[in-house]
Design a protein around this ligand. Structure first.
Ligand SMILES: Cc1cc2nc3c(=O)[nH]c(=O)nc-3n(C[C@H](O)[C@H](O)[C@H](O)COP(=O)(O)OP(=O)(O)OC[C@H]3O[C@@H](n4cnc5c(N)ncnc54)[C@H](O)[C@@H]3O)c2cc1C
Length: 413
């Protein structure tokens, strides 16, 4: 959003919270941002540009980062990546969000993580190199009856020829609709159980109906229709009937990254607002900064940082397959995007009317953050799910941690 570097300004003070990163990793982060900024100059994604141009530029940026060796920094070596600690991806997402929320798919495997971890070797070998070279993965779960009712999925598979399935149904509100090279699609198997499969975006039987989005509009969005699309046994993700389990595990890892992107965007708006106020002071158009502005700047600064630290914790729990990972994934995504949206909205009021033009970065960030309240998990449903987890007998009856006098470490008795 501004000429500032998110990596040093915002992430520098959090260095002690990511102690698994080496100094070289920190240098990699700075280089990532430098390369990203160079690519943004070449392939701008500003709100004022036509949507098709932005979509093309976003894909060119992902490919450019791949060519520069920056796409797969936090992708495990077994998947063909650099194998640096997973937490690095959260920091990369923060940097991407800082510059533009639509850059959320610029690095890492994204939803392609499902392909990397849950498919047969021939399917993984078909898609992983392409994803690491810049191809975009999409995910298709939501249906017209309501995304909050995954258990009522109406897209179904019936037995096809030679052990294949034919999948038919309609998915809606699908992001990366025309850009994705491959989709992870959720449907019910012939036995009526939820499952998922990898579907080539060029498969016969797929049709698209784009819908103009209010936010996150750099990517095409809309309806993905499937008519007797062929799925081979090797395309199935995980085991039979594992759809719900896959969704839970995948989103426990993905949601902290969404929160990180959102909070990066709020940090971008924060820096832009600070710079603008400073410029007005320097120009003498305001003599001193009013308390309401100073208080908002201070409060949102700590809110963004606190929510980001929570997102990092959620990500760590998910990577460790901790039993609390899902709860933290719900809460960190809901709170992180809420905090980011509220901060950006309050900060926008300090910028003057310039922050309200359709092509202003602040206005775009607010539209994108508003969309992120829904994408990848609805805020109210997530808080509700977190509340439900916190009232489960297993959680309530879990023994309280105690503090040992020897080392002051928290241990479970
Ligand atoms: C920008 C964007 C990108 C997206 N990208 C994708 C994508 O790539 N792939 C994909 O699969 N999906 C995608 N989605 C869809 C998103 O995941 C869904 O919007 C979300 O799951 C909610 O589904 P829904 O919109 O159908 O809302 P609904 O399920 O209809 O819910 C709407 C509201 O009703 C509430 N509600 C539900 N039940 C009740 C009840 N019994 N009583 C009262 N209130 C209730 C919900 O809590 C919610 O607040 C995207 C959405 C957006 C906005």
């Amino acid at each position: 959003m501004t000429g500032e570097a998110a990596a040093t300004r915002w992430l520098g003070p959090l260095r002690s919270a990511v102690s698994e990163l080496t100094d070289l990793d920190c240098a990699r982060l700075c280089r990532f941002e430098l390369v990203l900024r160079g690519l943004l100059e070449r392939y701008p994604v500003d709100a004022g540009l036509e949507a098709g141009v932005r979509s093309q530029h976003l894909r060119q940026i992902r490919c450019g980062l791949a060519e520069a060796g920056c796409l797969a920094l936090a992708v495990p070596a077994r998947h063909g990546g650099c194998g640096r600690p997973a937490v690095l991806q959260a920091l990369l997402q923060f940097i991407c969000g800082y510059h533009d929320v639509d850059l959320r798919d610029s690095s890492g495997l994204g939803h392609g993580q499902l392909i990397a971890e849950h498919t047969a070797p021939q399917v993984r070998d078909r898609w992983l190199p392409a994803l690491l070279a810049g191809a975009v993965p999409g995910i298709a779960i939501t249906e017209p009856h309501g995304g909050s009712q995954v258990h009522a999925t109406q897209t179904t598979a019936i037995p096809g020829r030679g052990g294949t399935w034919a999948v038919t149904g309609t998915k809606t509100w699908i992001s990366r609709l025309t850009e994705a090279a491959v989709f992870c699609v959720f449907f019910t198997d012939p036995g009526g159980r939820l499952c998922a499969a990898v579907i080539d975006a060029a498969s016969p039987g797929l049709a698209r109906r784009p819908i103009a989005p209010a936010g996150l509009s750099g990517w095409a969005w809309g309806e993905l229709r499937l008519h007797a699309v062929t799925v081979r046994p090797c395309d199935i993700l995980g085991g039979p009937g594992e759809g719900i389990q896959l969704l839970r595990e995948h989103f426990a890892r993905y949601r902290p990254l969404v929160a990180a992107t959102a909070l990066g965007a709020a940090a971008g708006v924060h820096d832009h607002t600070t710079a603008r106020l400073d410029a007005r002071r320097q120009a003498g158009t305001v003599t001193g900064l009013r308390d309401n502005a100073l208080i908002t700047l201070g409060r949102t600064y700590v809110q963004i940082n606190a929510a980001f630290l929570a997102a990092l914790t959620a990500q760590r729990l998910a990577e460790a397959r901790d039993p609390l990972a899902q709860l933290w994934g719900y809460a960190a995504k809901a709170h992180g995007t809420d905090a980011a949206y509220e901060a950006a909205s309050e900060l926008a009021l300090l910028t003057g009317a310039a922050g309200f033009t359709a092509d202003s970065g602040t206005a775009k960030a607010r539209r994108d953050l508003n969309a992120l309240l829904y994408a990848d998990g609805i805020h109210d449903s997530l808080y509700r799910s977190a509340g439900r987890s916190l009232t489960q007998p297993a959680y309530v009856s879990d023994p309280l941690p105690t503090v040992t006098t020897e080392d002051n470490n928290l241990v479970h008795t």
